[in-house]
Write a protein of this length. Structure first.
Length: 251
């Protein structure tokens, strides 16, 4: 199975459990809405959300902004019903598909995305494309993750996404955007056991690129090493997210 198909499959399986387990992602969504309020007005004529998922970020935007015309995109067709529940009596335009190849009509005043940019295969080219989808002075608001995101899992499995540095993002944005804000933060989650870490990753779709089966022996070794290396003084283990936030305006 190709990576894109695997990502769609894993995230579709996680749709019903995502909101219950996505503690870090919920914190990130709240932070993004706060940054938007700090750096711009909160009325947009046309807005596109990339990777809307189950609608956690969508709901926060809806509560804090006035958006006349919504466009919502996600890889997973199964998100359509989740999003529709946020818009009773309305029909926001939900577009399922790979955002790197999907065509969108017109231009937007706001393009926003929470915890989805890390899946973009060609981020520099994609940011250039987004600049062409924004009106002049249009806002771009998103987060990705820094290279040491989920460092505990990467150390033990050797697997992880290729995350950009703040410097790379700044360089990619500089041609077409005025960068208003870029900042890396740390979110440390704690779990009672390493198995709960694995459950969290599975139920949020985070491990969607990892195709290897978890044999019993591999799982036992992972848990043993995780306790040895990443225990904290409350008899729990830690998992560290490193969100990287960006607010930019099109030149």
């Amino acid at each position: 199975m190709e990576t894109m198909e695997r990502i769609i499959t894993r995230f579709t399986r996680a749709l019903d459990s995502y909101d219950r387990y996505a503690d870090a992602q919920h914190q990130i969504s709240r932070r993004l809405v706060g940054l938007l309020a700090r750096h711009t007005g909160m009325h947009f004529r046309r807005a596109l959300e990339i990777g809307c998922g189950t609608g956690g970020f969508t709901r926060l935007l809806k509560e804090s902004c006035v958006i006349d015309e919504w466009y919502l995109n996600d890889l997973c067709e199964g998100c359509r019903d989740k999003i529709a529940q946020l818009f009773p009596g309305q029909t926001p335009l939900f577009i399922a598909g790979d955002v790197e190849t999907t065509a969108f009509s017109g231009r937007f005043d706001l393009i926003a995305s929470a915890s989805a940019f890390q899946w973009i295969r060609e981020p520099a080219a994609f940011l250039y494309r987004l600049s062409g989808m924004l009106v002049p002075d249009g806002m771009l608001l998103f987060n990705t993750f820094a290279p040491d995101n989920l460092a505990e899992v990467r150390q033990l499995t050797g697997k992880g996404l290729p995350y950009p540095t703040a410097g790379q993002l700044t360089e990619w944005l500089s041609e077409d955007f005025h960068l208003l804000y870029i900042h890396e933060e740390e979110i440390m989650l704690t779990f009672d056991t390493p198995l709960e870490v694995l459950r969290h990753l599975k139920n949020t779709g985070v491990t969607a690129t990892n195709s290897e089966a978890w044999t019993r022996g591999r799982q036992e070794a992972f848990c043993r090493d995780y306790i040895r290396l990443f225990s904290i003084d409350t008899d729990k283990v830690k998992l560290t997210y490193r969100p990287l936030y960006v607010v930019a305006v099109k030149k």
